[in-house]
Write a protein that binds this ligand. Structure first.
Ligand code: GYE
Length: 329
């Protein structure tokens, strides 16, 4: 049962030093102090948005952990738009925050703004999603899940569940986002050795419940929709939307169409308990405490691990009911 607990382990690849040495030329606009008059650490956090239950839990946890650790948090929601995130990051530089953390909506296009942050000598922590940059010195640490492995786990489950024979539709996350790219890759790897498992349709539902429903409705309207026997959804929210669409089309989710998704949010456990979802691969959003720890160390010019991988489990219907009461998100 130990694996049911979302354990977080430090998988240290390389140790790196904060890029923050000698910063503080600009006047400080972040003067929050604690009860003892000591200057608090200011962390600028740029969040992706509020697209899913996973994200809501992640944002809440970051806010709670900042408060608990006496960190002055400047939190900004980008509403799933990269341009909003870039603006937020620039404003953190202008405010001369001590550390910047962000969860990049997509993987590419960050080099210029990360160069500006580096020039301002502010250390950067990547939260949950990574970036694709050629210069490794543009960030100090990346904390988050192994999305390729999550995709593999989903594929492996579906292969077992269907006996290696399935006509699969795929609900993809936000185009260009690390979890969308990597989960698709891992899933394909896992089903590659099963010639009778075929992905026949693949489309983005942007990680939201509403879009997941809409895209699944379109899949089910196609003339060959009767052949669909399985759904792989890149997150639970899209799967929950798809479940509604499947029911409205007069088919039974979890029975006529086997469904596997990723995240492990409460709604997914409820759907598994009701027999409508077959499996969720866990992705842990509760990384706020570790982000605060990394930020404190970077602000103190201490070494931090370059990569921190969250450890996660896989839950099918047989485990759903027992696990549900202890789900934190
Ligand atoms: O799976 C999804 C969210 O980046 C891991 O983003 C995160 C993903 C998560 O919208 O629900």
């Amino acid at each position: 049962m130990k694996k049911l607990l979302p354990l977080l382990a430090f998988a240290t690849v390389t140790m790196t030093l904060a890029t923050g040495c000698g910063k503080k030329e600009a006047p400080d606009s972040t003067n929050a102090t604690d009860a003892g008059g000591k200057k608090k650490l200011t962390l600028g956090f740029s969040q992706v948005g509020a697209e899913s239950a996973w994200r809501t839990a992640n944002s809440q946890n970051i806010k709670d952990e900042a408060a608990k650790n006496g960190v002055n948090l400047v939190f900004s929601d980008a509403q799933q738009k990269q341009e909003n995130q870039i603006k937020a990051l620039r404003s953190f530089v202008a405010q001369n925050v001590d550390v910047i953390a962000f969860s990049p909506v997509v993987e590419t296009g960050w080099e210029p703004v990360l160069q500006e942050i580096k020039a301002a000598k502010i250390p950067v922590v990547l939260s949950d999603r990574s970036v694709d940059v050629s210069d490794p010195s543009l960030y100090a640490s990346f904390i988050g899940a192994d999305f390729v492995e999550e995709g593999r786990r989903a594929g492996k489950f579906l292969a077992e569940k269907t006996g290696g024979k399935a006509t699969i539709v795929e609900l993809v996350g936000t185009p260009g986002a690390a979890p969308a790219i990597d989960r698709a890759k891992g899933f394909r790897e896992a089903i590659a050795s099963h010639p009778d498992m075929k992905i026949v349709k693949s489309q983005s539902g942007d990680f939201t419940r509403a879009k997941g429903k809409e895209v699944m409705e379109a899949f089910l309207r196609a003339p060959d929709a009767g052949q669909i026997t399985a759904l792989f959804s890149h997150n639970d929210d899209m799967a929950l939307g798809a479940i509604q669409a499947i029911e409205e089309a007069g088919r039974q989710p979890g029975k006529d169409i086997a469904i596997v998704s990723i995240d492990g949010v409460k709604g997914a456990f409820e759907a598994m308990k009701a027999g409508k979802l077959n499996c969720t691969v866990e992705c842990n959003p509760l990384i706020g405490g570790q982000i605060m720890d990394l930020a404190q160390k970077l602000a103190n010019h201490q070494e931090v691990p370059r990569r921190v991988v969250s450890q996660e489990g896989v839950f099918d219907q047989s485990k759903a009911e027992a696990e549900l009461p202890s789900r934190k998100y």
